[in-house]
Design a binder for this molecule. Structure first.
Ligand code: 6PG
Length: 282
């Protein structure tokens, strides 16, 4: 069973759920702003996300000639990245026409096991026919890496026509503390209104030194996907849904696309379901 639940439109208006024929037995997902896609198990959810990602990439290549994709690190998206490579249904993603950007990075060497790029390189770059000049790692060891990456983004996207000079797809995750990208609670880059990339310091995360796209960069994207799985994240999603947390408290609340779409991809556990022994949820 896979449910695709637009429960609010971009104006934030809540739409009636019952017209979408939602199975009564499925737990009610949190009321989040944007469209919500849920599946009982993480692998089914990944299927749905991958399908939509491929469609989106194909549409962009058809319309604009290329596709600008920004990926996050962390552990949640790793199975998705592997799936994109080995599942024949998703191999058709037009990598040759794709520019691959990194949403955020830990300030460690690119071959360090904590590097987001290392994981993305090992799961995708080494297995896709993406031209190397279209792969854009953040040189996170360089003390001016934020300025360099911003320049690279502006120059590369600047080659696209006006109105297309933005990222086409940004994949985000969410930490238990509500951080997204490397925008952590109560850190100054949350308030950034001009710069597209900033260095940050995460008191409670390892490694502390980070580099991250900012809200001005993320929120202009054509499509923002937030992938959240696992029971540990359920209470945080509930807090986001309650609607009274600020982005200083829960940075994920600062994800508000200016013109694009926001879609949450949630598995049953993230919606607060108790997993059964067969891997499905009650
Ligand atoms: C990072 C990420 C970060 C991540 C969340 C969730 O570098 O850590 O890009 O924003 O998406 O921390 O991480 P998990 O998927 O590991 O829970």
């Amino acid at each position: 069973m896979m449910l695709d639940m637009p429960n609010r439109d971009q104006s934030g208006e809540v739409r009636p759920r019952d017209i979408y024929g939602i199975d009564d037995e499925f737990p009610t997902p949190p009321e989040l702003p944007g469209r919500i896609v849920i599946a009982p198990r993480a692998d089914e959810l990944i299927d749905k996300l991958a399908m939509e990602l491929v469609l989106h990439a194909e549409t962009c290549v058809r319309e604009f000639g290329d596709f600008h994709l920004a990926l996050s690190g962390g552990s949640t998206p790793e199975p998705l990245y592997r799936r994109l490579m080995y599942d024949p249904d998703f191999r058709k993603l037009p990598w040759r026409r794709t520019h691959l950007w990194i949403v955020d990075e830990r300030c460690v060497p690119l071959d360090d096991e904590r590097s987001n790029y290392r994981m993305i390189r090992e799961t995708i770059v080494e297995h896709a026919d993406i031209p190397r000049e279209q792969v854009h790692p953040m040189s996170a060891e360089d003390p001016r890496a934020d300025l360099a990456y911003e320049k690279e983004l502006r120059e590369t996207l600047g080659w696209r026509e006006r109105g297309q000079d933005r990222l086409d797809y940004v994949l985000l995750g969410m930490g238990v503390d509500g951080h997204t990208a490397s925008l952590f609670p109560r850190t100054e880059p949350l308030r950034e209104r001009e710069r597209l990339v900033r260095l940050n310091f995460a008191e409670d995360a390892e490694p502390h030194e980070r580099i991250t796209m900012t809200f001005p960069m993320i929120n202009t994207a054509r499509f923002i996907a937030v992938l959240v799985t696992g029971e540990k994240k359920a209470p945080t999603l509930e807090r986001v849904a309650a609607g009274d947390a600020t982005e200083e408290e829960l940075p994920i609340c600062g994800v508000r696309p200016r013109e694009g779409q926001l879609v949450w991809y949630l598995d049953g556990a993230a919606c607060g379901e108790t997993p059964r022994s067969d891997g499905t949820a009650t």
